[in-house]
Write a protein that binds this ligand. Structure first.
Ligand SMILES: Cc1ncc(COP(=O)(O)O)c(C=O)c1O
Length: 466
């Protein structure tokens, strides 16, 4: 590598360390190691400032569905900027891309989910759902319905409400405060390493009883909504036992509790369908939250999609009500134009078919890693997968968290040109929906080689797998 490239990288890293505070940065590590500067992205690949190329098996952050660097997307964005870069969405003004996109989303969404509120990303879409739920329950005279039930290990974003609804332990450090009185977490539907002594049916039953008992304990008249990701993402790609969503949805219906499906990761193709709620899990939630794949990360945008029933209640004639909630950038015309083009590309190139055709191969290839002594579990669906690493397969014993086994492995993968996302004991993948069979081969072969190298490193850390 020539010196000027090296100097440039160092200069960027230094500036970054001095000024750019990153989300989820571990200060000690960041201060000493800095962050890898990424400078270019094309299709399924990204490139750092040293010119190293990587296959991005994380799809940015679960968001790059159509692949990066598309001229058509750039043109659609530029065209909208030149036509009208901004228009206020407040009160009684609208703009054409936002209107068209809301109608398109309603057409794709299940059941009577025909109403769309735009925000700036997933967290603000979750926050909007949280406020919409309060508004709806108050409008219908159910002022006591204030409690929310969600799951351990869930991730719903980073606003105060969204982070309080989320249940990932690592996201609730003592330095932050959370809404505690009205938000309750029940067991995540993760069987591996936690409920291995139960059959699938017993585990499902346990989860359903827990939800119903929680509603009864709080009092159905006090419970407003249940939040669930169809497939838990950041919590570790957790696909619930068969029937879980249908049955939890039925329990919510029984007790007049709104069912909120957080499809920020799963919507727009990740599980091979526009939305996972109905096509994969056979439910029509009251509210679906989406973001990420809606624009494939070309522009920030979130959409809270809700039922005509909720709309009818909150907008009932004669009350003179106003939904006093919104963002300067709700329905941003450039973001909405990007989303419309993104959806058009997905339809034209039949990217959902690509997921459905390649997912079985992806699954089979990833499962071939199970012969490695520290690969405990391989799980996922569609284009959303993870490998869970354990110190001992028989006892499910994990490596100590401070060893950061996921990161040890992903560091080796980085060096071989593959980006996977390390989350403590896991390597997580959510690649672009444009992934090819050859890309899958590269991902799995590189992961195997990276795990093999880690096994050698582990010897010096007191773990031996002869
Ligand atoms: C399920 C889920 N909900 C909400 C969010 C928050 O989205 P954003 O980061 O766009 O605010 C995320 C982000 O990863 C997510 O995975």
């Amino acid at each position: 590598m020539n010196n000027s490239i090296k100097n440039y990288t160092q200069e960027i890293m230094k500036k970054d360390q001095a000024h750019f505070m990153h989300p989820w940065t571990i200060f000690d590590v960041y201060k000493t190691e800095g962050a890898l500067p990424i400078e270019k992205a094309q299709g399924n690949h990204i490139e750092d400032t040293d010119g190293n190329k990587y296959l991005d098996a994380v799809g940015g952050l679960w968001c790059n569905n159509i692949g990066t660097g598309r001229r058509e997307m750039a043109d659609a964005i530029a065209e909208q900027v030149m036509k009208m870069s901004y228009a206020s969405p407040f009160v009684d003004m609208t703009n054409v891309p936002a209107t068209e996109l809301a109608a398109k989303i309603a057409q794709l969404a299940p059941g009577d989910l025909n109403r769309v509120f735009f925000s700036c990303g997933g967290s603000t879409a979750v926050d909007t759902a949280f406020r919409l739920i309060q508004y709806y329950q108050n409008c219908r005279g159910k002022q006591s319905k204030k409690h929310i039930i969600s799951r351990d290990m869930s991730y719903h974003g980073t606003t105060y409400a969204a982070m309080s609804i989320g249940g990932k332990k690592g996201d609730h450090p003592e330095e932050f405060d959370f809404i505690q009185e009205t938000i309750h977490h029940i067991t995540a539907p993760k069987k591996y390493g936690q409920f291995d002594d139960k059959t699938d049916a017993e585990f499902l039953d346990f989860l359903l009883v827990e939800l119903e008992e929680k509603i009864i304990a709080l009092g159905a008249d006090n419970v407003a909504a249940f939040f669930a990701e169809p497939a838990m993402g950041a919590g570790g790609v957790i696909i619930p036992p068969k029937g879980y969503h249908k049955k939890t949805w039925q329990i919510c219906k029984k007790y007049d509790v709104l069912y909120v499906s957080d499809e920020v990761v799963t919507a727009f193709g990740r599980l091979g369908h526009w939305f996972a709620s109905d096509d994969v899990f056979d439910i029509v939630p009251d509210i679906i939250i989406s973001a990420k794949g809606l624009t494939s990360g070309y522009q920030p945008l979130g959409a809270t999609i809700f039922s005509d029933h909720i709309w009818d209640v909150i907008s009932e004639d004669g009350h003179g009500r106003c939904f006093a909630h919104g963002f300067t950038y709700s329905g941003h015309p450039v973001a909405c134009a990007a989303a419309l083009k993104n959806l058009e590309i997905m339809e034209r190139e039949q990217l959902l078919n690509n997921v459905n055709e390649l997912a079985p191969y992806f699954e089979e290839k990833l499962n071939s890693l199970r012969d490695l002594p520290i690969v405990g579990d391989v799980r996922g669906q569609g284009f959303m997968w993870c490998v869970e690493f354990v110190a001992n397969k028989e006892t499910f014993e994990l490596f100590p968290e401070e060893m950061d086994i996921g990161k040890q492995i992903s560091n080796h993968a980085d060096a071989k040109g593959l980006i996977v996302r390390p989350i403590v004991h896991l390597n997580v993948m959510s690649p672009p929906l444009t992934l090819t069979k050859a890309d899958i081969d590269f991902i799995v072969d590189t992961l195997r080689a990276s795990i093999d190298e880690t096994l050698i490193d582990l010897k010096t850390q007191g773990y031996s797998y002869e």
